[in-house]
Design a protein around this ligand. Structure first.
Ligand SMILES: NC(=O)c1ccc[n+]([C@@H]2O[C@H](COP(=O)([O-])OP(=O)(O)OC[C@H]3O[C@@H](n4cnc5c(N)ncnc54)[C@H](OP(=O)(O)O)[C@@H]3O)[C@@H](O)[C@H]2O)c1
Length: 322
């Protein structure tokens, strides 16, 4: 089969699209003919092995799985011994955030992991774009107790996590202010944000409004800058560790000092996130933002684009035409 491979941690340029043996499903695994997969920021972490902590999950000293990719949507093509609940020809999607080799024509995936049937009428690209970023957005938002009408600021409304977070918050009737570059204001408003701040025009940290929760979905701000716009009892979460991993230290110290705190969530329960987002998709309350679509042969280019930090929502590899 054809797949995007690399045998050591490195930059996108280390990826090659090559012929490798088609994997055989082990007991409890299904083999899936991949139709669509994302190239996401988690893939960049698994590719580069940075932050170094990533290697504890993706393999040390080299990646455990040579084929890149963390999520897939496709069709079951073969089932391993003892598989129940999945059959050949069934449409499925799945996600494993430590890298499971989905950037290839076929992937073998354990039925004990995060895998679900694709609901009727949902296409492969749409469902796979519901995997990675939505999972992180759900995990970050679940750490904060919010009620309808509460004020939340999402920094980075165009990112995959930020665009998912806006929609998740609006599905719970939260008042959302989102921050993005001026060129994307209308796009972010269309996601449901009540107010959109163009970052070239206004510094959101200087506003007179106070928020219950500031979610820095792109990790470009800091708690010290956002503290003045947090209400007493307000929460700051960043998707990034921050300079000198300060968000980790602040998560340990701020609960004991002052009345505004930092939380640094460790995401978990992939299957739970997939079920939550699939339900919202079917209810019409969530629609993943899709930016560009590449072919498998263009995997390297897709990684270079995603690593630029400029993607708008999700980047898809379309493998439906062979
Ligand atoms: N903690 C975790 O478990 C975890 C897991 C996954 C990802 N992450 C991290 O989460 C972050 C977001 O991931 P993602 O997939 O959502 O990223 P992404 O889709 O690559 O987000 C990039 C977006 O951010 C916008 N942006 C860049 N600079 C900005 C700024 N100063 N203010 C506001 N928006 C800005 C860009 O817009 P323009 O194109 O207009 O510049 C672009 O649309 C990444 O840093 C990633 O490494 C963390």
């Amino acid at each position: 089969m054809k797949a995007a491979v690399r045998y050591a941690y490195g930059p996108p340029e280390s990826i090659q699209v090559a012929e490798i043996p088609t994997p055989e499903p082990k007991p409890d695994e299904v083999r899936v003919r991949v139709m669509a997969t994302n190239v996401n920021r988690t893939d960049i972490g698994v590719l580069t092995g940075k932050p170094y902590l990533m290697r504890a999950f993706a393999g040390f000293p080299n990646p455990k799985v040579p084929v890149t990719g963390t999520d897939f949507a496709g069709v079951v093509d073969k089932v391993g011994e003892g598989v129940t609940g999945f059959s050949v020809g069934e449409r499925v999607w799945g996600f494993a955030d430590n890298g499971c080799g989905t950037h290839g024509e076929f992937v073998c995936f354990s039925t004990q992991k995060a895998i679900l049937p694709i609901p009727e009428g949902v296409d492969f690209a749409t469902i796979v774009a519901c995997a990675e970023a939505a999972h992180y957005a759900i995990n970050f938002l679940n750490k904060v107790t919010l009620k309808p009408g509460d004020q939340v600021l999402v920094n980075g409304g165009t990112g995959a996590i930020g665009s998912a977070a806006i929609q998740l918050l609006k599905s719970r009737d939260i008042q959302v202010t989102a921050v993005c570059h001026e060129i994307h204001v209308e796009k972010v408003r269309a996601l449901g944000a009540d107010r959109v701040i163009a970052l070239e025009k206004e510094d959101f940290t200087q506003e007179k409004i106070e928020y219950d929760f500031v979610f820095d979905a792109v990790g470009k701000s800091r708690f010290s800058l956002c503290k003045p716009i947090l209400k007493p009892g307000g929460i700051y979460i960043s998707s990034e560790l921050g300079p000198n991993w300060e968000n980790l230290t602040l998560a340990l110290t701020t609960p004991f000092f002052g009345d505004r705190k930092v939380i640094f969530p460790i995401p978990s329960n992939l299957l739970g996130s997939m079920k939550t987002i699939q339900d919202l998709l079917l209810q019409g309350k969530f629609k993943p933002l899709i930016d560009r679509t590449y072919t498998l042969d263009q995997t390297r280019e897709a990684f270079i684009y995603v690593a630029s930090g400029q993607k708008i929502g999700n980047v898809i590899l379309d493998l439906s035409e062979r």
